[in-house]
Every structure is written in C-alpha cells, then in structure tokens.
Ligand binder design. Structure first.
Ligand code: CP
Ligand code: NVA
Length: 310
C-alpha cells in the first residue's frame, strides 16, 4: 500500500513527489491482469457528483469501484437537490453519512474545496475549471510506461492554458519533467498557476516554459499534448476561440520539431482537424487510448490510497 498521508485528492500541488510516484507504481501493479479484481474496497460506496458531462471519468470510476469490490453511484446535479439550490456544505455532510468517498466534477475549484471541508469522507477532484488531476495521473502513468522514466523528459502542451494544462504543469514540476506550454497570449495559464509550478520546479529541477510559439514549445519534446479549444462551459465562445487558436493545431508540420520517437497525447474527447489532425490523432505516435485506459488504473490507485481500511 502507498504511504499517502492525504485525506483528499483535490490537486497535485498537495501531493509530494514520493506520494505521486507511489500512486503511479500502485496503478501499474493494479493494471496487471492478475490484480484486476482485488477486493480492496469490499462493500465501500463512492458517490460521483457531476455538474458537467463525462464519458471517461464516470465510467472509469464506476468500473474501478466495482472491480475493487465496492460500488459507485452517479449523482447528476440536475437530479439531486444540488440543482435546486441545496448547498454543497449540506450535501457533503449528508452524503458523508451514507458513503465512503465522493468524487466531484464541477466548475469552481472552491466548490471542490468546500465539499472536502464539509465532508468527513475523502473527496476526489474529477475536473474543475482550474484542474484535472486524475487525468494527469493517467498521463504520467502513460509516459512512465512508455519511456520507463519521467525525470528529464520534455512535455510540450499546445493550446488552451486551462485545467488540463495547469495540472500537467504542476504534475511535471512535481516529478521533474520539463514542460513548455504554447498558447495564444490571451489563453496562457494564469500567472498564479505559472508561479505555483515554478515554485515546485525549484525543488525538482524541472523547467517550466510559457510561450506563444508552438514550434518553440515542441522543439526537442518527448511528448506533445493538446486539448479542446473550447472546454465544457465555454460552448458560447467556440467560434471566437476557433479563430484565436489558428496556428496552434498539432499537425505534421509542427511535430517535425519533436524528437523522432515522440508520443502524441490528448485527454479526449478530441475535435478532429481543430486542435489536432486526424493523421496525428490516429497515427503511429498516438497513445491516446493507452491514456484513456490508464484513467481506470490510476484512479483505482487513488481510490485504494484514500478509501481502503488503514
Ligand atoms: N478526459 C476526460 O476527463 O474525459 P470525460 O470528460 O469523458 O470524463
Ligand atoms: N479542457 C476540457 C477537458 C475535458 C476532459 C474541458 O474542461 O472540457
């Protein structure tokens, strides 16, 4: 079992390098076919609150809980009293009386923090406007499986500097990976996020670079990552964003600047011929379905670390 002292999984910034590596190694153990159905969470129930859509997060958490001998409950904010104005603080205290853990996907990171503050059971961040830490655990696991190491590898992230980029930046800093983020200037990560990542990077020796030049970011990279140009909740900005992100597509011309054995990554869902061409997404360097499968294994490790009897 990993030696995790955390009660919740809200952001990678709260986890030490050793805790992250312990979780990744546990995920790799749990991925072995002989360990698929270990009953480490026998009888435990995870509640999953969703205020935004999901395919991967919902199904991988639910399947993961079932494989571990527990159960999971999908709680749409529309069908619960949350949708009629019951507070997160009350919801957290009520659900703590029924459940063994909570996962929440919502808009504000402060809502996830509030749920954790008022719940007496572990709370897991399943995506906010600021962070997507479960995704990045699966991403780090994928890079580790592919290259056998994380330290010293270079990630290039091309696109919107929001949730996935923020978590990648913090995750990279924690494990000693270099990361270069190329975004249109108006869509760069927030200064406080960059400052946080740079502060962490001081201790691990990783480099954090922010640029508006995709070729510079991709130069010498081991992994190229992109995400949609309009995230959930930004649907009304789709056309405007499409215009601002021209020149930030991952395509054959851009990937020429990466190392010859680079991998292409995407958290999915993808928009073909927008942030990435079909040729790259479906091409020989793409590891997108290894990434999506690893959501299951990485989250099983998180669930075990937070919810198994100590
Ligand atoms: N990558 C990801 O979180 O996918 P879903 O929105 O389908 O959960
Ligand atoms: N940035 C995307 C990630 C989806 C998994 C969004 O927030 O919609």
């Amino acid at each position: 079992a990993p030696s995790i002292i955390q009660e919740n999984f809200l952001s990678l910034k709260d986890y030490s390098t050793d805790e992250i590596m312990d979780l990744l190694n546990l995920a790799i153990e749990l991925k072995k076919p002989e360990n698929k159905y270990l009953p480490l969470l026998q009888g435990k129930v995870l509640g999953m609150i969703f205020e935004k859509s999901s395919t991967r997060t919902r199904v991988s958490f639910e399947a993961g809980m079932l494989q571990l001998g527990g159960n999971a409950m999908f709680l749409s904010s529309q069908d619960t009293q949350l949708g009629r104005g019951e507070t997160i603080a009350d919801t957290g205290r009520v659900l703590s009386g029924y459940l063994d853990g909570l996962m929440i996907r919502t808009f504000h990171q402060s809502s996830v923090q509030e749920l954790a503050d008022f719940s007496s059971i572990p709370v897991i961040n399943g995506l906010t406007d600021d962070y997507h830490p479960c995704q990045v655990m699966a991403d780090l696991m994928t890079i580790l499986e592919h290259f056998g190491t994380l330290k010293g590898k270079k990630m290039a992230y091309i696109g919107d500097g929001n949730n996935v980029a923020n978590s990648l930046m913090i995750g990279a800093a924690k494990v000693g990976m270099d990361i270069s983020i190329a975004s249109p200037i108006a869509y760069a990560p927030k200064p406080e996020m960059i400052a946080l990542a740079k502060q962490i990077a001081q201790y691990t020796g990783s480099t954090i670079e922010i640029t508006d030049n995709p070729e510079q970011a991709v130069s010498g990279s081991d992994a190229i990552y992109t995400d949609v140009w309009a995230s959930m909740g930004q649907e009304q900005e789709t056309i405007e964003r499409f215009q601002h992100f021209q020149g930030f597509q991952v395509n054959e011309n851009l990937v020429k600047h990466a190392k010859t054995d680079y991998i292409f990554m995407h958290c999915l869902p993808a928009h073909r011929e927008e942030e990435v061409t079909t040729a790259i997404l479906e091409g020989p360097h793409s590891v997108i379905f290894q990434q999506s499968e690893n959501r299951l294994h990485a989250q099983k490790a998180i669930l075990v670390a937070l919810m198994a009897d100590k």
